[in-house]
Design a protein. Structure first.
Length: 64
């Protein structure tokens, strides 16, 4: 991306892999600064929601 008066330049989208395996939604994200390298990530499937492991560990409470 350019700064200043230059028009912004965006990279073309990347093809990534995603899948559902058991109670996990698995996907990839491009690794910052490394062309063509991806990090594997996953989210827990709970009912109809996708949760990170951090969110799953914490209990939400309604503010009063």
């Amino acid at each position: 991306m350019a700064f200043g008066d230059d028009a912004p330049v965006f990279e073309a989208g990347k093809d990534i892999t995603c899948s559902v395996e058991g109670d996990k939604f698995k996907y990839q994200t491009p690794k910052f600064g490394e062309e063509g390298v991806f990090d594997d990530k996953d989210l827990d499937i709970v009912g109809t929601a996708l949760l990170t492991s951090q969110l799953k560990r914490n209990t939400l409470t309604k503010a009063e």
